[in-house]
Ligand binder design. Structure first.
Ligand code: NAP
Length: 325
């Protein structure tokens, strides 16, 4: 009786963990099967996140159309994908050159995309351009280029693909956005403005597409970490980082974001915010206590300016990471 009582709690915890693990595995398999045979278009498939999305959807059995602006990188991604999967269970991806800021060419590229399989089931608007700098240091030309790449590009492509989805009364459109589409922070004016504009457009589109059974999702990660910033696998630190500090110190891993994109598609989620507690709180503070938010951001800005003046740009960049996470 005594031993049983001592073992009861660990056994109960073990049982619950097992059930949670099984539940998550089944949901993951269901998410994957939801994209099987679907025609999935990913813009900028060669970016950090684009590559992971390509891998996740490819292994899920989707018919991929991978877009990017560098042909050699697209070919390298193609080779990487087909070399690790069973060709009898997956489709060889189609490759299409697309510079998302070249608005005049996007309609023709959309035709090329539609010609691949005759339809598009899922469009993932992932391509985007980033820029950092004080408002006065960014030229108006660059502001416009960012707006083209992050707003006019994705909406032009979406508008060109929409008639096909509407006529079939099915489809899913995903916008990979950013927390900076919800809050503005110093030195990111052009990027934040373009991401705010995009989220406004896709929020309106979501309501309009409801009657055609077309779902519109926005995925808003905070800071997506790069591979090279993580401890090497096998390093004793790795597991500790993975479990406790990885997301706090390095942001979200592209694999985690790609898996979230797959879940978003399979569950038709409307909006996802992938953020740690501080940036998540910032979004709510911006909504309910805007004056407080503006005061915090302004004081952060002054503090950074002072530190920049004393210690140089490296420190400034280091300090920007926690705010973006
Ligand atoms: N990284 C983050 O912390 C973060 C945070 C929140 C949201 N996001 C969003 O996640 C998405 C993917 O970002 P990422 O960080 O994975 O990208 P990334 O790895 O930093 O790569 C940048 C990509 O942008 C591509 N690119 C630049 N200008 C382009 C254009 N005009 N047309 C087509 N492609 C262009 C580059 O292609 P080339 O190599 O051919 O130049 C490169 O693949 C973006 O929508 C981004 O806004 C990223």
């Amino acid at each position: 009786m005594g031993i049983l009582a001592v073992l009861a709690l660990p056994l109960l915890l073990l049982g619950i963990s097992g059930i949670i693990y099984l539940y998550q595995s089944v949901r993951w398999l269901l998410s994957k099967s939801a994209v099987q045979n679907k025609v999935v278009v990913i813009t900028d498939a060669i970016s950090g996140l684009g590559k992971e999305c390509s891998r996740v959807f490819h292994t899920g059995g989707a018919r991929l159309v991978l877009c990017g602006r560098t042909w050699e990188k697209l070919e390298a991604l193609y080779d990487a994908l087909i070399s690790v999967t069973d060709p009898s269970m997956t489709y060889a991806p189609k490759l299409i050159l697309l510079d998302i800021s070249d608005i005049n060419c996007i309609r023709d590229v959309a035709k090329e995309i539609l010609n691949c399989y005759g339809c598009v089931d899922i469009l993932i608007n992932n391509a985007s351009m980033k820029v950092k700098g004080a408002v006065q240091s960014i030229s108006l030309e660059l502001d416009k280029k960012i707006m083209d790449a992050n707003y006019f590009g994705p909406i032009t492509l979406t508008k060109a693909i929409l008639p096909n989805m509407i006529s079939r009364r099915t489809g899913q459109i995903v916008l990979i956005n950013s927390i900076q589409g919800k809050i503005g922070i110093p030195f990111r004016a052009a990027y934040a403005a373009s991401k705010h504009a995009a989220v406004g457009f896709f929020d309106c589109l979501r309501a309009e597409m409801e009657e055609f059974d077309i779902s519109v999702s926005t995925v808003n990660p905070t800071f997506i970490c790069s591979y090279h910033r993580q401890p090497a696998p096998g390093n004793w630190e790795a597991s500790i980082w993975k479990f406790f500090f990885r997301k706090v110190a390095y942001g979200v891993h592209p694999v985690d974001v790609a898996e979230e994109v797959l879940r978003t598609v399979s569950r038709k989620k409307r909006e996802v915010l992938m953020a740690n507690p501080i940036p998540r709180a910032a979004v709510y503070i911006r909504t309910f206590f805007p004056e407080l938010f503006f005061a915090i951001v302004a004081s952060e800005y002054l503090q950074r300016k002072y530190l920049l003046w004393r210690h140089g740009t490296k420190l400034l960049l280091l300090l920007q990471v926690p705010l973006l996470m």
